[in-house]
Write a protein that binds this ligand. Structure first.
Ligand SMILES: [Ca+2]
Ligand SMILES: [Ca+2]
Length: 185
């Protein structure tokens, strides 16, 4: 019994910090401008292009700073972080829908990665497609927007992911606790 309880604790600890991408397979639309290349759903298909891929190869791309893309999360989520892959030599900006005011407010200034190589580069870490940028504080929202805000006017994205903490992270501990209670009862 002691052993089972210990195993539960370990499972919970191992899962702590695990995150779920709530943008996966959600509806993507254009609210300003236009895009070329791949269909918009490829922005939320979970697939990040190989580092350094040409900005027009297997990506959603556009010219200028008008194009704005929206992801409808189809529900209310308390998001804590994000991953974005875009062309190296541009900065992008991500906004979240403030459900109280109706405004889209700044969520993440996605940095220019011109010093990290040509082509597609993952933010926040070009060397890791799994490293999540954590927001200064969690935001409750149902929609996101993203656009290029500076660079060489040749902009490109391949993937946008936004995360919530995994709800099942501590399930093993909860189950173990239930089992212990039942045995003792
Ligand atoms: Ca993708
Ligand atoms: Ca560019």
């Amino acid at each position: 019994m002691k052993y089972a309880f210990f195993a539960g604790l370990v499972s919970c600890a191992a899962a702590h910090g695990s995150l779920v991408n709530v943008a996966f397979d959600k509806p993507v639309s254009i609210v300003a401008g236009a895009t070329s290349g791949q269909p918009l759903p490829t922005l939320v298909d979970g697939v990040i292009r190989p580092r350094g891929t040409l900005w027009t190869r297997g990506t959603v791309y556009w010219n200028g700073l008008t194009t704005t893309i929206q992801i409808d999360l189809q529900g209310e989520f308390r998001i804590v972080g994000a991953i974005v892959q875009g062309d190296d030599n541009d900065a992008y900006r991500m906004w979240y829908h403030n459900m109280e005011t109706g405004d889209f407010e700044l969520l993440w200034d996605v940095p220019n990665m011109d010093g990290f190589g040509n082509g597609m580069q993952t933010r926040q870490n070009p060397a890791s497609d799994a490293e999540v940028f954590m927001f200064a504080s969690p935001r409750v929202t149902d929609a996101l927007r993203i656009a290029a805000v500076s660079g060489d006017n040749a902009s490109s994205l391949s993937e946008i992911q936004v995360f919530v903490p995994s709800p099942a992270g501590c399930l093993p501990l909860a189950l173990t606790g239930l089992l212990l209670r039942r045995r003792r009862g």
